[in-house]
Structure formats: C-alpha cells, structure tokens
Design a protein around this ligand. Structure first.
Ligand SMILES: Cc1cc2nc3c(=O)[nH]c(=O)nc-3n(C[C@H](O)[C@H](O)[C@H](O)COP(=O)(O)O)c2cc1C
Ligand code: SF4
Length: 442
C-alpha cells in the first residue's frame, strides 16, 4: 500500500475510497478479530435475513460489474443459473491472477481474506450453493496458507452455516485463469479452454450450474451488504458504478493500490502516486494489464470507466496500470509481453500456438537490432492471422501489445533493423528504484 499522505492532495480531486483496502496496513489485518473490528460479517448477517432472490436483486441494483477483465454485471451473471433442482450448484472464485502487471487479488487475499469469504457466503446464499471453491494460483503458497486459515476461522466461528469452502491451489498457468480452463483444471484435468456454449451457468463445474467470479468482484459484495446497494451505486458513473482497485506499478514515485470510484482519471491517479519519478516524463502506460492496448499521455484525462476506456481505444480490464517513462524501449517491453504469451499459450489451437512463437522470434531480433527489412509488416500480418481466429481470448490478448506498440511507436520497431534496443534505450536507466539521474552510457 502507498505510504503517501492522502490528505496532501488539492481539493476537487476525486477522493480515494478505501473500502477493501482500508485495513490492509493494520496489524494482523487478515484475522477474523481484525475483520470483525472493522464491521466484518455484518453484511452476511444482513443477507441471512433476506430471501435469496432479494440478495440477488440487491447485487443487480448495486451495478457491480465483474473485476476479472470483461466487466460483466455480476447480478445478471448469477441470475443466469437455472432454477434450483435440488442437486449441487457451485460458486468458483477465480484467484489465478497471472496477467503481467495485475496484482490486486493476491494482496487482497493476503491482507483481507475474510472480505472474500464473506462475499462468497453472500453469493452462495443468492444462488443456493452449498459448496464454493477458490481456485488460487499455485505459486503463492503463503497466500494459500492464509486463505486456508481464514476459511478455518470463519467455519469454526459458525459464520458459514452449511456452506463448505474449498481452497484449491493450481499448478500455475495463465490459461487456468480463463474460466473454462479453470474448471477443467479444478476437475483434475489439464487446463484447456472448453467450447462455449454450454456456458458455466448451465454446465460448469462437474457439469452443474456454476457462477465464476473474480476475487475482487466477490469481495466487493461484502461492502454492498454492509452498507447498501444504493450506497455502492452512488459511486462511479451511470454504467460503471462503484469503486475498484487500481494497481499502479512502474515509473511512479509511489506505486501501490489505489481504491477509487470508476471515472477517476489517470492524471488524478498519478497525483496520488506522487507523479512520475523525478527528472522523467511519461512515455506510455498500460491501462488494463498487457492484454489491453497501451495509452500515451494523450489519454491522461480519459475517465477510467469501462465504456470511456473502450471509446478511447483500449480496455479497462483488470486496472493493472503499468507506467513507463521516456527511458523505456517499447520494443523491449512488447518483447517481454510476447515472451509471456508464447510461454503461456496452451497450444490447443494453431494460430495462437504457432503465431505467438513467430512473433517472439521477430521481436527478439528487433530487440537485438538484427531485424530484417519488412519485419514490422510481417508482425502485423501475423497478428491479423491470430486475431479473431483463436479458441479463447488469449490469442487476441497476445497480439494487442504488438499492434498497439507499432501503432504508437512504429519508428522504434523499425530502428530494430539496425540498432539494438539497449543502445537506443540503455536498460540501466529504466530501473524502477534508481531515481538518480542516469549518466551517459548507462
Ligand atoms: C487467458 C485468460 C486469463 C484470465 N485470467 C483471469 C484471472 O486470472 N482472474 C480472473 O478473475 N479472470 C481471468 N480471466 C477472465 C475469466 O475468464 C472470467 O471472465 C472471470 O473470472 C469472470 O469473473 P468476473 O465476472 O468477476 O470478472 C481470464 C481470461 C482469459 C481469456
Ligand atoms: S488461443 Fe491459445 S491459449 Fe487459447 S485455446 Fe488457443 S492455444 Fe490455447
């Protein structure tokens, strides 16, 4: 969490709204006692007095939208489940969090796991589920332990009633964040995306009706019931209601998690971050992780809502904002992102499996200054063969850094025909924690 004194900012700024993050910095914030001292589980108590249909209506009314990328309305998704037939129905929380730059769900579980558990209990009541799962990225063993301990605490305190919560640690794969690949993995198979339809609401986990939501989506549900659906809907904008975590990393003075209403701008968020590191200026920024087209300083005043970010040419997605100053080689950054997608491609379909590998080869030679005349056109041609032709959204995600990088910084890619990126942009200058002015040749 940022150490910045949040009262230092000029009046008129959109204020931060730390609801999920308000207790992150407290001593043993992850314990049941700490959570209850902050009014934790009051929302669940309220939800228990309501009919499941009323719980669902309140979530719909709040306007809460999914925080895993697409921004799909949460209440509407829950309402897609068929009528209860007495057989199992499941809630699965997606905690795979693997996108480059994305770093909100894992800290949320680490610092405040009970908000997620409370949200799961409320959602389970709405959809009449008795067994809920959290699918967690396996590399974060310490977070897994914390989650297990919190589930145990809540269960032993009798807060969950008949609800059983299972925390499952995956082996660690970006594709297992895709909801249907996640279900395959949770069922014990290799994580490959499934053909849709049927959608998980009809046939999900073990072919039973299933709601899949992101960690932040479900964690926000606790606040909606602790306060009210109208309280939540009063924040943000008409179509992007509420508030969310904006994770800011890179060349800012104070990187961190900033919980703010939708509609805040990057300029305002930058002021909360203390601005770009001293002596430098903003070159470009990723607004929604590596899968969303990059923005330049021209978009600093775009209200960060789902609709307005799309109108401006990108996607809000997970609000994983990565900031790059003028010392950064775009070719180098895009090359690392393409490495990631090539490595994470599950190999199920040809355009993604082969195309990401071809893009990686070309990006590496451009980065090394050994590009061949026509490589930029070749890259664009490959992206047009991948885009819209893949089995899941990973393929489209993989081409986005390439197409948007070339759109804004084509000349840097063309310089890769003759000059290594590290000569054009000496890598030492981009080091995040080195605020000293770089000397020539560094
Ligand atoms: C390749 C890929 C990776 C994804 N990774 C995640 C992830 O780590 N966490 C997540 O919540 N959603 C991820 N998603 C989106 C999920 O498929 C799904 O839309 C989301 O979990 C639904 O939750 P929400 O409605 O609360 O946003 C990913 C999608 C794709 C295509
Ligand atoms: S697009 Fe890529 S990740 Fe998705 S199914 Fe095809 S090969 Fe697998």
């Amino acid at each position: 969490m940022s150490e910045l004194n949040l009262t230092d900012f000029p009046a008129g700024e959109i204020p931060l709204t730390p609801i999920l993050t308000d207790m992150w910095g407290e001593d043993r914030s992850w314990t049941l006692d700490a959570y209850r001292a902050h009014g934790g589980y009051q929302g669940l108590e309220k939800a228990k007095t309501m009919e499941p249909s009323a719980v669902l209506e309140a979530v719909k009314n709040s306007g809460l939208r999914g925080r895993g990328g697409a921004g799909f309305p949460a209440g509407l998704k829950w309402s897609f489940l068929p009528p209860d037939d007495g057989l199992p129905r499941y809630l699965v929380v997606n905690a795979d969090e693997s996108e480059p730059g994305t770093c909100k769900d894992i800290p949320q579980i680490m610092a405040n796991p009970h908000a997620l558990i409370e949200g799961m209990a409320i959602c389970s009541r709405a959809i009449r589920c008795e067994h809920a799962f959290v699918y967690l990225r396996g590399e974060v063993a310490h977070v897994y332990r914390r989650l297990l301990a919190a589930v145990r605490e809540a269960t032993e305190a009798g807060l969950l009633g008949d609800l059983k919560i299972t925390a499952h640690a995956g082996a660690g794969a970006y594709i297992c964040g895709e909801e249907t690949a996640l279900l395959d993995s949770l069922e014990g198979r290799r994580g490959h995306p499934r053909l849709k339809p049927p959608f998980p609401a009809a046939q999900g986990l073990f072919a039973r009706p299933t709601v899949i939501n992101n960690v932040e989506t479900i964690s926000q549900v606790a606040g909606i019931f602790k306060y009210s659906d109208n309280w939540y809907a009063s924040m943000g904008t008409e179509k992007s209601k509420g508030h969310g975590i904006f994770s800011i990393s890179g060349h800012v003075k104070h990187p961190g998690q900033f919980e703010a209403p939708f509609g805040i701008t990057m300029r305002q968020l930058l002021s909360y971050c203390g601005g770009i590191r001293d002596g430098h200026e903003l070159k470009f920024w990723a607004v929604g992780g590596s899968s969303a087209p990059i923005f330049t300083p021209n978009e600093l005043d775009v209200p960060l809502t789902y609709e307005e970010v799309v109108s401006a040419g990108s996607m809000l997605a997970t609000r994983a904002i990565q900031v790059f100053d003028e010392t950064t080689s775009v070719v180098r950054v895009v090359s690392r992102w393409v490495d990631f997608y090539q490595h994470e491609s599950c190999g199920k379909c040809t355009p993604c499996r082969e195309g990401t590998y071809w893009m990686k080869q070309i990006m590496h030679r451009l980065e090394a200054g050994k590009g061949e005349e026509g490589d930029v056109e070749k890259l664009l041609s490959i992206t047009s063969e991948i885009g819209g032709r893949c089995f899941c959204a990973l393929g489209d995600a993989a081409i986005t850094p390439v197409t948007s990088g070339i759109k804004h910084f084509r000349e840097e890619f063309e310089k890769g025909y003759t000059t290594p990126a590290w000569e054009l942009f000496p890598y030492k200058r981009t080091v995040v924690f080195n605020n000293a002015p770089a000397k020539d040749g560094e």
